[in-house]
Design a protein around this ligand. Structure first.
Ligand code: 13P
Ligand code: SF4
Length: 305
């Protein structure tokens, strides 16, 4: 069944000159059919440079919007229109304007997990892979507002020594990972290294060995001599970790770390999306042009090697 679907997707993709981009949290079978998989930063870079006419974005709305902002001449499709991100919805452009009003002159850095409207109100965008470098590139005497993820914000503040005004947003999926989960997992696998995403809360990060974006986790696991890993992020990444490192073992900190929005994308929906050219994600020019400024600055700041 999956083979037939995959074959149809492949043929249609060719006909439409389409490319399939998938985030590291996507279901395994979606990552397997994708032309490109990666973290938010790698996907943004790929979306900006691909020659395809159509991008099928297997991820959530803010990712497809980012692709539409960076490549307005392309058709960007999101196979499920309800695949949103609760964290991105935790701040609106109006709320950000009010916050800016209270801190005139502050520079605004928004996490890419935000709406196009919020990006348009921001000076810089960042992902978890380059947030530290983006903040380090800002003038030392300027005040910084960081939205919407308080946990990534605190992590960046600690790493850069910069005091930042944080918005109380958070990822509902990473919130499911607790200190207790890490302690139990360590007990079960005492030889393991714990890799945590910066969206995890502070006590979880304090108990972890490495704080990395999903792309950085994949890279670290490949290069490391270590054979056993505990993964404190959305469990979808374990599919690719295992595929790329068959001789190593990967255990989720908890099976509860599952993003229901990421899992809305299925092979049937990808096929339908290419057949019907749905759901088209577009961003009106007046927002797109402003949001692109913040994204262009993000794409220009690469994470440290
Ligand atoms: P990265 O893949 O950039 O680490 O982001 C994690 C995330 O939460 C995406 O929704
Ligand atoms: Fe949003 Fe968290 Fe899901 Fe990423 S994992 S899309 S931040 S809810």
């Amino acid at each position: 069944m999956n083979e037939q679907l995959t074959e149809k997707i492949k043929n249609l993709k060719k006909q439409q000159n389409a490319v399939i981009l998938a985030h590291n949290y996507q279901p395994g079978e979606i990552q397997d059919i994708a032309d490109f998989t990666g973290d938010s930063l790698a996907l943004s870079i790929e979306a900006a440079k691909t020659n395809a006419d159509v991008i099928v974005f297997c991820g959530v709305l803010f990712m497809a919007e980012t692709a539409a902002i960076l490549s307005p001449e392309k058709t960007v499709l999101l196979p499920d229109k309800h695949a949103g991100c609760p964290m991105a919805d935790m701040i609106t452009a109006k709320q950000l304007r009010e916050l800016k009003g209270k801190h005139p002159g502050a520079l605004v850095v928004c996490y890419v997990n935000s709406s196009a409207e919020v990006k348009a109100e921001s000076d810089y965008c960042c992902t978890s892979a380059n947030a530290v470098e983006v903040v380090n590139s800002l003038p030392t005497d300027s005040e910084i507002i960081f939205v919407p993820d308080q946990h990534l914000g605190r992590f960046v503040s600690e790493k850069t020594g910069r005091k930042m005004i944080l918005w109380p947003g958070y990822c509902t999926t990473h919130a499911a990972i607790t200190e207790d989960d890490i302690k139990k997992a360590r007990k079960a696998h005492p030889e393991a290294i714990v890799m945590a995403h910066p969206e995890c809360n502070e006590p979880v990060k304090a108990l972890s060995d490495k704080i990395l974006s999903t792309g950085q986790m994949l890279k670290f696991a490949k290069q490391s001599e270590v054979k056993v890993f505990i993964i404190a992020t959305e469990t979808g990444i374990i599919h690719t970790l295992k595929k790329e490192n068959p001789e190593k073992e990967f255990f989720p900190a908890t099976e509860r770390a599952l993003c229901p929005n990421m899992k809305r994308i299925t092979l049937d929906k990808v096929l339908w999306s290419l057949e019907d050219m749905q759901y088209k994600v577009t961003v009106p020019d007046e927002i797109r042009i402003k949001a692109k400024r913040a994204l262009d600055r993000m794409v220009a700041v690469l994470p440290a090697k």
